[in-house]
Design a protein around this ligand. Structure first.
Ligand code: HGA
Length: 609
């Protein structure tokens, strides 16, 4: 999603801004731009192509400067076109006094636009962002810090902004509310960015701004005022931000690389877990787990499906009731709060706007026992929650999440066992058996990855289809949902998932000889029921593509294609089955020639609502 980088220095900052944008590039964007204070004027360069193209454009005209801001945009308001790309200028392109970049959504943009048009401002874009640029210009007093503090009072919605003025050449002012923003401190120079990763190699001295903060960046000072306009000191952290996208190595795409990293990252996520204990989630975890008598999981997309899987685990093993809600729904609906709930948020980036808002909503309803499963230790989510488990998936570049999902599942299984233990539902023998299975997970996943050639053969068939159904039962139903989501996201094939028993209540009407039906068939208590559901599909001519456990006695035949999973893996079986579905989606997309790592319309780290 959108990325911001800004700098005030005594050297040419173009390389810092461009490098910062490149580090944020993997999140997905549709346009990018840079504005600099150059020779007493504001100048900008914008592109609907890649950051490398923007860099070339800037080199051609020799665009350099000591003060500036840069942006990657993922359009929410207005088409992904160059006139909508940030930075936005005010009062006009040729007479720019204010330059501004923004992440988020301004909800009262229509009202503000009408007001500003009445004042004579002419809009050049369809974005909600441009209203902020004109608003700042309209309120400008000659002191940008003071002006921005006034301007943000008029904004409703979510924003992280960075702005500078032609009249104050060594100053960038930034503010946040609902979208992440950090400050990077240098020696006689200061920076702002939407993520510390953007500044890796420039500075490791990072301040995480809080909601409502406005910061004044000058050469030797970084002053922050809080939401009440009171000057505040915020903790400076030394952050060794990872340097972004790693090398592809022998892989064609990051998604493929990340699928194949799963044995290692699942191992890393579980490393050091020699026994089950609540303290894995934080010092207060034992007390919290004792206090709660239900769990509410809040998440979006793939993380939501890991939450759904965890519901099956927690209810069957720990015997604690669980509800799982889509964060963007939960935050706006009337629900019945219960203070003895453990609120669990799941997010790869820890910055997912909907999930953070849902968490805050839950807290506002008096539910203070919060825990997050997250891949970024320094994220807003980790900072907001009482307890946390940090997955060790490493940077996930592919927009379609893979290794983040399996590491989330690994952490959620640990949570299940910890809750079971606190509730006296885990014997020492059971604990030892589960730990043994978890230790063996990396090699079990590797065995699934070895199925790639067989899955590639199936992908050839799938690439010619426009629809697909996915079936699962029990804890494999969320895995069917995740498999369908993967296929949709990167191959653009319409795919839907159903609990297999639900087929006859409607979706069976879709089954013809043209319909591939992917079936997850672990050898569990529901296998005979599932076989009946498969017969229902075959009777209507549907083509079954079955991932069957080694001992499930399902054989290939007319219209029934079977790939045998290496072993039956009990409770942890969802972690293995999803890997085969990831490979199926990947190879289908490859055969269709889509942009696997940057699927159309999607972005990583969804920091807007
Ligand atoms: N609303 C702004 C910024 C969008 C954004 O933050 N995307 O991640 C726009 O549409 O330009």
């Amino acid at each position: 999603m959108c990325g911001i980088v800004g700098a005030v220095a005594q050297r040419n900052i173009t390389p810092i801004l461009i490098e910062g944008l490149k580090r944020l590039e993997y999140r997905g964007y549709d346009s990018c731009g840079v504005a600099l204070h150059t020779d007493g004027r504001l100048q900008r360069s914008r592109s609907t192509s890649r950051v490398a193209e923007l860099e070339k454009q800037m080199q051609e005209v020799g665009l350099q400067g000591f003060t500036g801001i840069a942006h990657t945009r993922w359009a929410t308001h207005g088409a992904p076109a160059s006139h909508n790309a940030h930075p936005h200028f005010s009062p006009s392109s040729d007479n720019a006094r204010i330059a501004l970049v923004h992440n988020g959504i301004i909800e009262n943009h229509d009202e503000l636009r009408a007001e500003l048009i009445a004042l004579g401002y002419v809009f050049q874009s369809q974005t909600d962002t441009e209203v902020i640029a004109h608003l700042v210009d309209h309120l400008y007093t000659g002191d940008l810090f003071e002006t921005v503090q006034q301007a943000v009072k008029r904004l409703h919605g979510a924003y992280a902004i960075a702005v500078f003025s032609r009249e104050e050449p060594h100053r960038v002012v930034a503010a946040r509310q609902g979208s992440p923003l950090i400050v990077g401190l240098g020696k006689g120079e200061n920076f702002v960015a939407s993520d510390a990763m953007a500044l890796a190699g420039t500075t490791d001295q990072i301040i995480y701004l809080e909601e409502g903060d406005v910061v004044d960046l000058q050469l030797g000072r970084a002053w922050i005022v809080d939401v009440n306009g009171k000057q505040v000191e915020r903790e400076v952290k030394t952050v060794h931000a990872h340097t972004g996208a790693a090398e592809l190595g022998p892989y064609r795409h990051y998604m493929q690389k990340e699928i194949f990293e799963q044995p290692r990252v699942v191992g890393d996520t579980l490393e050091g877990v020699t026994g089950i204990m609540p303290e894995l989630f934080g010092d207060e975890a034992y007390k919290v787990f004792k206090e709660i008598d239900r769990v509410l999981i809040l998440a979006c997309g793939t993380s939501y499906y890991s939450g759904l899987t965890a519901k099956y685990w927690i209810e069957s093993i720990a015997k604690v009731p669980v509800s799982v809600e889509i964060a963007s729904e939960y935050r706006y609906r009337d629900s019945v709060p219960n203070p003895s709930t453990l609120v669990v948020t799941i997010s790869q980036s820890g910055e997912t706007a909907d999930t953070i808002a849902a968490l805050k909503h839950a807290r506002s309803l008096g539910m203070e026992n919060t825990l997050t499963i997250c891949n970024v230790a320094t994220s807003a989510m980790v900072r907001e929650c009482k307890l946390a488990y940090i997955t060790r998936a490493g940077v996930e570049v592919g927009v379609a999440s893979t290794k983040a999902f399996t590491t989330q599942l690994s952490a959620l299984f640990l949570l299940t066992l910890s809750l079971a233990q606190v509730n006296g539902r885990l014997t020492e023998e059971e604990e030892a058996a589960h730990l043994k299975d978890m230790r063996h997970l990396p090699s079990a996943i590797s065995a699934v990855l070895a199925l790639e050639p067989q899955i590639m053969a199936w992908a050839e068939d799938f690439a010619r289809k426009e629809n697909a159904l996915f079936l699962g039962r029990g804890m494999h139903y969320p895995i069917a949902l995740e498999g369908a989501l993967k296929l949709k996201e990167i191959s653009y094939i319409h795919a839907e998932a159903y609990p297999a028993g639900e087929l006859k209540h409607g979706p069976l009407a879709l089954v013809t000889e043209e319909m591939p039906v992917v079936t997850i068939a672990p050898n569990d208590a529901l296998i005979e029921k599932l076989k009946s559901n498969m017969q229902e599909v075959r009777a209507r001519g549907g083509q079954l593509y079955v991932f069957a456990d080694v001992d499930s006695r399902i054989t290939s035949g007319e219209g029934v294609h079977v790939i045998r999973m290496p072993e039956h893996y009990g409770c942890l079986s969802p972690i293995l089955h999803v890997v085969s579905l990831q490979l199926l989606a990947y190879h289908t997309a490859l055969a269709r020639g889509t942009d696997v790592d940057k699927p159309r319309n999607l972005a990583k780290s969804v920091t807007v609502e």
